[in-house]
Design a protein around this ligand. Structure first.
Ligand code: URP
Ligand code: ZN
Ligand code: ZN
Ligand code: ZN
Length: 510
């Protein structure tokens, strides 16, 4: 049985969906410009049982089919957010958005799938995975899971194998920051990289030098800089650049692909660009906050305002954001996440006397699609096909779920948005769907509006109303050995053959 969610201000009281409750409606999205990463054309999209059945002009249907007119609008694959933290226990508290509220917000903003990070429980991967399956049981959109590796021993190595072979996880995140919490040493990182390679799983890295950050934090506290600005000052771009370069070099040494999460600075960007120039397989993921915000608000005299902007790696001086956008246009960076990790102002106030205690994280799951459209498509930096690639297709390819996700092709899941380029959006905590009482994009307006979101063949967002079903979201298993692993074995073989046989030497004679 389905219950249509109507609480907590999602939509108004009259919006229970009246159509059949156990089967999917048949849908025709008519007359829009259908955009995939490689091609766009004016066409209709016909959807049945949650799957795209056909994409072509002038599809004729019977009157039991719900028709959505998309004339003059873009019909695109729903966004996939590669980086979120819903219901995450972190820094002594829990994010306000759980899987249900975070996903509802995502759907209202045109994102139809996200990949969250399982945090192990007392270092146990299996316990962490089980905990996240419980957290995600009320999901209203499809989701996948990455897993964080926070310690290393034989049981972790064994569990990584179980996660990949039996639980649908194909990516592991290593933290080079958060000393005395999530951080691991280079020694353990190397073990993890080797294990990832053998399993065909993608290694992901939070790249900041955690030892130096701890030193920087001590320095700021000693100087009496205890407010949110101390957060940025204590962990400058150099520490991100250093850790990014180190992670890249170690992944190169092991010869396994690397995914750098939340690239926030030119320093990190330069390391990624250099590695790519040499042919190394490195993926850089900027997040929407890093692309469109800067660090200036951290100096706001009002603590509630300033603390909203505390995240790690921190927002940087203006200029880094523009460089990150430029890198997206040239392919040095390939996809955009959010790092959606929301805390209320009361939770942020845990750090009122000490910036080290401000829970790290900002919102973005609902805002990413609109902000990226406005700042990069509307400004002429990227094409609409690029937009689809950056917000959806690339993520699906990297995590090996393309073309089920990330495309509008016959046979793909019906995760579809209709965006009106002539409409406008406005972002505010008073109208957003996150449970957070603040929004780092407060008051921002722009061009382009997601008017319809279809998730798994259901219309979940239309006429400014959400119609979401707890439990309708599915766990999407992500298989190992995605395309980034193609040819790795050949490169290893040619490396080995280049070494020559060990030099034969006789006995040492004196
Ligand atoms: O500030 C952040 N990024 N919070 C979430 C945890 C992480 O490092 O991704
Ligand atoms: Zn209504
Ligand atoms: Zn991180
Ligand atoms: Zn994160």
């Amino acid at each position: 049985s389905e219950s249509y969610y109507n609480g907590l201000g999602y939509g108004d009281s009259d919006c229970g969906m009246s159509s059949s409750s156990s089967s999917w409606p048949k849908l025709l999205i008519r007359g829009g410009t259908v955009v995939n990463a490689h091609h766009q054309e004016v066409a209709d999209v016909y959807v049945e049982d949650g799957i795209v059945v056909s994409v072509k002009p002038n599809i004729q249907v019977h009157d039991d089919v719900t028709v959505i007119d998309a004339t003059g609008k873009y019909v695109m694959p729903g966004g996939i957010d590669p980086h979120t933290h819903l219901a995450m226990e972190f820094m002594g508290t829990v994010t306000v958005d759980d899987f249900f509220s975070g996903q509802a917000a995502a759907l209202a903003g045109g994102t139809t799938m996200h990949i969250d990070f399982v945090i192990p429980v007392n270092g146990s991967l299996t316990a962490g995975f089980e905990a996240y399956k419980v957290k995600a049981k009320d999901s209203c959109m499809d989701y996948g899971l990455h897993m964080a590796i926070t310690k290393w021993d034989e049981s972790v190595a064994r569990d990584m194998e179980v996660m990949v072979k039996e639980r649908g996880i194909n990516s592991f995140k290593f933290f080079l920051a958060y000393k005395d919490a999530l951080m691991i040493s280079d020694e353990l990182f190397l073990q993890g990289l080797k294990k990832c390679k053998s399993l065909g799983a993608l290694a992901m890295v939070h790249a900041e030098n955690g030892d130096a950050v701890a030193e920087g934090q001590k320095r700021m506290m000693e100087l009496g800089i205890t407010g949110p600005e101390g957060h940025a000052l204590s962990r400058p771009p150099e520490l991100e650049g250093e850790a990014t370069g180190r992670a890249i070099h170690l992944a190169g040494f092991v010869n396994t692909p690397l995914y750098v999460v939340h690239v926030m600075s030119i320093d990190a960007l330069d390391e990624i660009a250099k590695a790519k120039r040499s042919g190394q397989r490195v993926i850089g993921e900027p997040v929407i906050s890093g692309l469109v915000l800067d660090d200036s608000k951290l100096w706001d005299p009002d603590f509630t305002t300033a603390s909203m902007y505390v995240m790690s790696p921190p927002l940087r001086k203006s200029g880094h954001n523009r460089a990150l956008q430029a890198a997206l246009t040239t392919g040095v960076l390939q996809l955009v996440g959010t790092d959606h990790c929301t805390f209320n102002s009361t939770q942020k106030a845990l750090g009122i006397d000490d910036f080290r205690k401000i829970p790290n994280g900002v919102n973005g799951i609902e805002e990413r699609m609109h902000l990226l459209w406005d700042s990069m498509v509307e400004s002429g930096m990227i094409s609409v096909t690029d937009y689809v690639r950056i917000t959806s297709t690339e993520c699906a390819r990297i995590f090996n779920i393309y073309p089920r996700k990330g495309a509008i092709l016959a046979g793909s899941d019906a995760d579809i948005i209709v965006l009106n380029p002539n409409s406008t959006f406005e972002l505010s905590a008073t109208s957003h769907h996150s449970r957070s009482d603040t929004n780092v994009y407060e008051g921002r307006t722009g061009k382009g509006k997601v008017e319809v979101t279809i998730a798994g063949g259901r219309v979940v967002w239309r006429h400014g109303e959400l119609n979401v079903v707890p439990g309708s979201g599915r766990y999407i298993e992500m298989p190992p050995f995605g395309h980034l692993f193609d040819g790795i074995d050949k490169a290893d073989a040619s490396y080995l053959s280049s070494l020559h046989a060990p030099v034969k030497r006789g006995k040492v004679t004196t």
